[in-house]
Write a protein that binds this ligand. Structure first.
Ligand code: MTE
Length: 298
C-alpha cells in the first residue's frame, strides 16, 4: 500500500523536482495560491499541450457531445460550494466539503500523457494529490475491493443530460490496488490554476495508463465497495468498453485501431504517434495485471 515506484524522468515530474518546490496545501487559499513556475514544464521529458488546447477540446458529455461544447457550456456548473459523499466500506463516511476533503493533502504537479479511447492524445500538467492519501484519510475497511466514483447530475446546469447518450449520472470505478497506485491522481487544477470547469472542476480523477473515459470528472461520490462497480461506457457498450480499459496498442477497438494516436495541437500535417503499452507507464503498472490476459481484460 505504501509502495512508491521509482518514477522515471519521462513519466512524471521528477521527484527531486517536486519535492524541492513549495508544497501547497489544498483548500481555497491553497488553490488560489496554486501558481507554478513556468520552468517546471520544461524540466519534464514531456512537452505539455497549451492551456488553450487542453481547455477547448474536451469530452464532457453532460455539456454536449461536441469537442467544443464543454468550453461553451460548462460555465453553467456551480462548483462552489461543492461536496463529496464518501460512503461504503470506510471508517469515516460522510459528506465532505471540498475544503474538508482536500485538507491536509499534498498538491503536486504531475505532467501526464492523456490518451483518449478515440485515439487522440495530449500531455497535461495536472495539479492534484494521490488518491491513496484520501483513501488513507477516510480509512478503507478490509472488505473493500473496488472504488466507485460518481459525477454530479444537474439537469438545470448541464444541458447535455437531457439527451440519453449514456445513462446519467456518469459513473466509473477502479480496483483498490489501481486506486492506491501512486500514479492515480485526484486532480484539482492544471497549469497551476484551479481546474477549468470543462476539465472536470472542482475535482476529477486522472488515471494516466487507462483510456481517458476512466478519468471521471466533477466527482460528487466516492464509494468503497466489495464488488466491481458498474461503469458508464461499459454499461453503454460492453463489447467495446471494458472495466479495465488499460491503454493497449495491441488490442484494437472493434471499430478502429489503437496502435497509433493523433497528437492534439501537432497540426493537421503532423504524423500520428505510436501508442505505448499502458500509455508509457508500463514499468510502473504492469505488475498490477500479472496473470491477467490483457487482450481479454480490456
Ligand atoms: N467524465 C464525465 N463526467 N463525463 C464525460 O463525458 N468524458 C471522459 C472523461 N471523463 C467524461 C468524463 C472522456 S471520454 C475523456 S477522453 C476525458 O474525460 C476527457 O478529459 P479532458 O476533457 O479533460 O481532456
Amino acid at each position: 500500500m505504501g509502495y512508491k515506484p521509482d518514477l522515471t524522468r519521462d513519466d512524471v515530474t521528477p521527484k527531486s523536482f517536486y519535492m524541492n518546490r513549495r508544497q501547497i496545501m489544498a483548500g481555497a487559499a491553497g488553490l488560489a495560491a496554486g501558481g507554478f513556475a513556468a520552468p517546471a514544464l520544461a524540466q519534464n521529458g514531456l512537452d505539455p499541450n497549451t492551456f488553450e488546447e487542453i481547455t477547448n477540446y474536451n469530452n464532457y458529455y453532460e455539456f454536449g457531445t461536441g469537442k467544443e461544447d464543454p468550453a461553451r457550456y460548462a460555465h453553467m456548473l456551480t462548483v462552489d460550494p461543492w461536496s463529496v459523499v464518501v460512503d461504503g466500506l470506510v471508517d469515516n463516511p460522510g459528506t465532505y466539503s471540498f475544503a474538508d476533503l482536500t485538507d491536509g493533502m499534498t498538491i503536486e504537479e504531475r505532467i501526464y500523457r492523456f490518451r483518449c479511447v478515440e485515439a487522440w492524445s495530449m500531455v497535461i500538467p495536472w495539479n492534484g494529490f494521490e488518491l491513496n492519501q484520501l483513501l488513507e484519510k477516510v480509512g478503507v475497511q478490509s472488505g473493500a475491493k473496488y472504488v466507485a466514483f460518481e459525477t454530479a447530475y444537474r439537469p438545470e446546469e448541464m444541458p447535455g443530460v437531457k439527451f440519453p447518450v449514456v445513462e446519467w449520472p456518469y459513473v466509473e470505478g477502479l480496483r483498490l490496488d489501481e486506486a492506491m497506485h501512486p500514479l492515480t491522481l485526484m486532480a484539482t487544477g492544471l497549469y497551476g490554476k484551479e481546474m477549468p470547469k470543462q476539465n472536470g472542476a472542482p475535482i476529477r480523477l486522472v488515471v494516466p495508463w487507462k483510456y481517458g473515459f476512466k478519468s471521471i470528472k466533477s466527482i460528487v461520490r466516492i464509494s468503497l465497495v466489495e464488488d466491481e462497480p458498474p461503469t458508464t461506457w461499459n454499461k453503454a457498450n460492453p463489447r467495446e468498453y471494458g472495466f479495465y480499459s488499460n491503454v493497449n496498442p495491441n488490442v484494437d477497438h472493434p471499430r478502429w485501431s489503437q496502435a497509433t494516436e493523433r497528437v492534439i495541437g501537432a497540426g493537421i500535417f503532423a504524423s500520428r504517434k505510436d501508442t505505448l503499452m499502458f500509455n508509457g507507464y508500463e514499468e510502473q503498472v504492469a505488475s498490477l495485471y500479472e496473470g491477467m490476459d490483457l487482450s481479454e481484460y480490456f
